[in-house]
Design a protein around this ligand. Sequence first.
Ligand SMILES: *Cc1c(COP(=O)(O)O)cnc(C)c1O
Length: 224
Amino acid sequence: MSENFSERLEAVEQRIASACENAGREREDITLLAVSKTKPPEAVREAVDCGLRLFGENKVQEAQSKVSMCPTGLEWHLIGHLQSNKAKLAANLFQMIHTVDSLKILQALENHANTTLPVLLQVNIAGEGGKYGMKPEEVAGVIEAANQMSKCEVHGLMVIPPFSPDPEKTRVHFSNLRKLRDQLQEETGTPLPELSMGMSHDLEVAIEEGSTWVRIGTDLFGKR
Ligand SMILES: *Cc1c(COP(=O)(O)O)cnc(C)c1O
């Protein structure tokens, strides 16, 4: 991997571009979220200098201190599990929460948000024990509840599939998330344009299966 951020970004962009080409999709339909968790503000600044503006963090407290040390005008997205006692902080720190995994946490965000808060619903699509995420059959009810709220807006779904070193083994989970999204749009009449899926090692497969947000840490910032 290159020592230079702009070269690593270029390599990631080339992978995104060729995945788009293979899938017959437009580059502008996919958003690159730079996952800066565990990395210092200097790393974020380097990314900003290369034109990135959207950053993902998995811990509320780490994000809080980092955001205050980074340039203004960036967007911060939560991509880690959120506990209710941090909902107030999260609702006012992040521009989007990718990991709403229960009605309870959605309600807590609604209670504390001061403006419109876009969220994604995290689904445990593979039914893994002990993993965060709603069951597929729970999602429709949460969307219906969100439709009665004034701050939280559900924009789509998010998944962290079971890890496999072979991205082809992950494809089925990405395609199942897309199918669930299609079915929920029909069932609830709610537009769900966003699918947050794909990380450093499987972004191509995710894009082929309809991802609109790829969350890339290692291949941009290096090993953690
Ligand atoms: C850490 C993390 C990523 C980034 O993973 P990489 O493999 O380093 O690209 C993406 N999504 C979530 C939810 C993460 O926690």
